[in-house]
Ligand binder design. Structure first.
Ligand SMILES: Cc1cc2nc3c(=O)[nH]c(=O)nc-3n(C[C@H](O)[C@H](O)[C@H](O)COP(=O)(O)OP(=O)(O)OC[C@H]3O[C@@H](n4cnc5c(N)ncnc54)[C@H](O)[C@@H]3O)c2cc1C
Length: 385
């Protein structure tokens, strides 16, 4: 039976776009569905590439994949800028983890001990040392750690660059929601909301926090033992300097009376302040209390943020499984793959996991070349191994 493309990718966030980039580099014919009206958490993310300061959010045995993914960015970022002819603001100034109170400093020390156990060494700094390299922080804080491996990128510039690169390579990007997938005689038929159909040998579902059962069906997911995906809500702010104050020099991850938040300054002027993390139903907007706490905690760390303009308040839903691990790989159904659930770390992880998945698809392998056990979609749902 004939088909239109080798691969159809459903969903054009960071997961779908990085995969489209990798496959189109390998001259694999593909089309990508990216409905502009749909929610896309990749637009709201802060763009931190932070294996060490995100450590409290993943299991110890995952550290290796986080570090590999971070290292992958050192090649990926310049290559993407070259291919797109555009800047993505990959910024390696580094990150300061800052404790506001003596109690917070104890928490930070515990985090440091945990990191050491994983072989990740950070540099402890006194307040005076911290203020010498980051003059924007308040005079009465407790102490800090410096991480040189935690860096950042402008998430929106990355999305624009990827979109332009894949279009230049001839990939058709379709502004439509996919409504059904069907399989017959070794070929997938993908139908969208406009009732247009395309056919392909392989389909990759990269639909972020959308319920996988909408496309794959509840019964199929449970038969294949694929965990459910849910969205974990996050409110996030974007600020802009309006006085002489340009923002901090480093990414600042701070803990204020037990609450973690971050400030991400871009070299082009934007300052991102985030983010809440809440289990809420889909479709909600920013919560007043969450925005209040972000403003209070970020101005505790950097008082001059009070003099910036609050330009944007957004909400996104991080795609997550019960075991907080991504779903990347084959599903057990011929030609059907998943690339989602990168949770809090989509920008850190997706360029690397998409690279592994593209190799698997291109070379018709049965497993990813690394970390297959950790991220393969077919694992018993709702268990942490
Ligand atoms: C507040 C916040 C801050 C974050 N900060 C960071 C950070 O600093 N660093 C980091 O690494 N990660 C961060 N993340 C996490 C990161 O944003 C996500 O892991 C990542 O964006 C997920 O990418 P994705 O492509 O899987 O999903 P998305 O970006 O949500 O893209 C999925 C796409 O699929 C489309 N889609 C869904 N259903 C269909 C369908 N049926 N047909 C066609 N298309 C469909 C959607 O419309 C959407 O465009 C943050 C997330 C949030 C919410």
């Amino acid at each position: 039976m004939k088909y239109d493309y080798d691969v159809v990718i459903v969903g054009g966030g960071i997961a779908g776009l990085t995969l489209a980039d990798q496959l189109s580099r390998r001259q694999i014919s593909l089309t990508l569905y990216q409905p502009h009206s749909g929610p896309r958490s990749s637009d709201v993310a802060a763009g931190m590439l932070a294996p060490s300061s995100e450590i409290t959010f993943f299991a110890p045995d995952e550290a290796a994949v986080f570090l590999e993914a971070r290292n992958y960015w050192d090649d990926f970022a310049p290559r993407l800028e070259r291919d797109a002819g555009a800047k993505i603001y990959f910024d390696k100034t580094g990150t300061l983890l800052i404790a506001a109170t003596p109690g917070d400093l104890q928490d930070l020390k515990r985090t440091h001990d945990f990191l050491r156990g994983l072989g990740i060494e950070l540099e402890p700094l006194t307040l005076a040392q911290t203020r010498a390299i980051e003059p924007s922080i308040a005079p009465r804080l407790a102490g800090a750690l410096r991480s040189e491996i935690d860096v950042q990128v402008d998430n929106r510039s990355v999305l624009v660059a990827l979109d332009s690169v894949i279009r230049d390579r001839g990939v058709t990007v379709r502004d439509a929601q996919v409504t059904s997938l069907s399989f017959h005689d070794h070929v997938w038929t993908v139908t969208d909301e406009l009732t247009t159909t395309v056919t392909a040998r392989k389909v990759v579902v990269a639909t972020g926090a959308a319920d996988l059962s909408l496309l794959l069906g509840e019964a199929t997911l449970s038969r294949l033992e694929i965990p459910k995906v849910r969205g974990v809500k996050g409110d996030i702010l974007r600020l802009k300097p309006i006085t002489g104050f340009e923002g901090p020099l480093h990414v600042l991850r701070s803990i204020v009376e037990g609450r973690w938040s971050y400030i991400v300054p871009r070299s082009h002027g934007e300052i991102v302040v985030g983010a809440s993390m809440e289990e809420r139903p889909p479709g909600q907007g920013p919560r007043v209390g969450a925005v209040f706490e972000l403003l209070r905690d970020s101005t505790t760390i950097v008082p001059e943020l009070r003099e910036t303009e609050l330009c944007e308040v957004r909400t996104g839903y991080r795609p997550a499984t019960a075991d907080a691990r991504p779903l990347v790989g084959a599903t057990g159904v011929e030609g059907l793959y998943i690339n989602t659930a990168h949770f809090r770390h989509g920008f850190l992880l997706a360029p690397y996991t998409s690279y592994l998945l593209a190799e698997m698809i291109a070379e018709e392998r049965g497993a990813l070349s690394a970390f297959d056990d950790m991220v393969k979609p077919q694992r018993r749902p709702n268990t942490v191994s």
